[in-house]
Design a protein around this ligand. Structure first.
Ligand code: URA
Length: 221
């Protein structure tokens, strides 16, 4: 895989921008494995008309996820808020701005990671998603994790942790545990919206992020 990437980088340096294959699909030498991004885009197009639960009725935009399909780190929030429902993009409101700063504090830019939510449509009034809504939407998230194959997961808040681990534990207990989700080392921390409401939790969140940073920086590629 590494040699393919080196070859593509070499082509890019020689001024070659695109490589065409027989079936009309092309990959750009600048991107590591473009098929992950196109797989995600195909799925987004397939699911954006989803009617599996009641959240569909109030939806403006289906908010699938954004970021680097080749990411080593994937972040999972709860569900879109008003700004996300309007734009179709994850974490673009106030919580999103704080999330961007949290990432920058550990030397990460948003475009390096992939960010999504447990539910892809906005729960009315920003309430927590109901268990049946989580159940309907979870296959989309499981599929995203399967395609991206991140090396680390960061779950933002209890809703994401309960949804993936199917255990009704406290956020504290998730934060204090060594977790693996299908072999992927998983961190749980406070949701940025909770940090906006409770700034005293920023200190423990910072401790979580520093642990994650250490692991992220010791990944081999
Ligand atoms: N809160 C979330 O959990 N997700 C978003 O995309 C925005 C706010």
């Amino acid at each position: 895989m590494k040699s393919l990437q080196q070859y593509l980088e070499l082509l890019q340096l020689s001024g070659i921008q695109d490589i065409f294959f027989e079936d009309d699909k092309f990959i750009s030498p600048g991107s590591k494995s473009p098929d992950k991004a196109s797989q995600l885009e195909e799925l987004r197009k397939k699911y954006h008309v989803c009617q599996k639960c009641d959240l569909a009725a109030g939806r403006n935009k289906f908010v699938y996820g954004n970021g680097n399909a080749d990411a080593n780190l994937m972040l999972i929030g709860e569900g879109p808020g008003a700004d996300e429902d309007r734009t179709g993009r994850v974490f673009v409101g106030r919580a999103g701005q704080l999330l961007t700063k949290m990432l920058q504090a550990i030397n990460l830019e948003r475009n390096e990671v992939y960010i999504t939510n447990v539910v892809k449509c906005r729960p009315p009034g920003n309430r927590n998603p109901k268990p049946e809504e989580v159940e309907c939407c979870l296959p989309y998230l499981e599929e995203q994790i399967e395609i991206i194959k991140p090396k680390l997961l960061l779950l933002l808040g209890k809703v994401a942790a309960v949804a993936l681990f199917k255990q009704n534990r406290t956020l504290h207990s998730f934060r204090e545990s060594n977790l693996e989700y299908h072999g992927i080392k998983t961190y749980v921390t406070y949701h940025p919206s909770a940090l906006l409401r409770n700034p005293q939790w920023k200190k423990p969140a910072w401790i979580d992020l520093q642990k994650l940073q250490k692991d992220y920086e010791s990944l081999d590629d």
